[in-house]
Design a protein around this ligand. Sequence first.
Ligand code: BDR
Ligand code: CA
Length: 315
Amino acid sequence: MSGAPWYLDCDTGIDDALTLGLLVAEGADLKGIGSVSGNLSSVGGARNTLDLMALMGRPDVPVAIGAHDPIGGVFGGGADFVHGANGIGGVELPRAGEPVEESAAEMLVRLAREHRGTLRVLAIGPLTNLALALELEPELPSLVADVVIMGGAARVPGNVTAVGEANIWNDPEAASAVFGAPWTVTMVGLDVTMVARFEEQHRVALESGGAAPAALAAMLGVYFQYYTPILGRPSCALHDPLAAAIALGAVQPTLAPVVPVEVDATEGPGRGQTLVDLRGRFVGYPAVPNARHRVVLGIPEGFGDQLLQTLLRLP
Ligand code: BDR
Ligand code: CA
């Protein structure tokens, strides 16, 4: 597993909570975690992150509160219809620890300078903090090793609008800045996260694990309620954990072309769309310039089983 230092940026709802579990169970060297408004407010997300990290035996990882509002906009209030009112399915965890003083963007810049060239960035919420960090430190792209995001949709519909995936749609200006910066972004979007699933047997198996797996199972009840009519049976998509598993190398994509990606940040119906330039799939099409982003379009089967076994290692 990757021994690199990590900065995680998240909006700790239910699939973010599963991701914290995955990262802890895999022993990822988390140097800091920043929260951002998305599934819930950045303050609420930081609270959930602190409480979950303590439950999972890692109360030592610093947590910074990040941006409340998107770049140039106002936070829309979150997605309690997906993740429950407190973002984690109404599950009440013992309160643990306090956030650090610095903002998430400041934390990211500081960690990038301290771990020059080796810091890996995993972003599983709206990209506001990353965009703010780029403003604070324009050299950031040369200071970090790479960026992996959960977000976007290349060849499938959006989940907020016809073309907009939630993390991109919640702050298209930030996403545009992140995809436009000169660093390598791996995009793990709805193309693959909608086919990575927990089924009822996974949720039930988690219930009989330790305190952390049992808490995750309790949250999943609410997440399943949202996804059951969409997926046709009690189950859920594993958006953020899949991005983390790919970032860690625990899942190897079966298809992940390096292509240009732009984000529509206009006010039209395409707002929030990731425009993934796949013209190169046509044999003989001239090389498209500025191909820098790795877009995951295929994954092996069985990620739900793999994630379950990993999460059952938690206390
Ligand atoms: C993304 O939106 C959030 O609700 C999830 O946590 C995930 O990061 C999926 O579109
Ligand atoms: Ca998320």
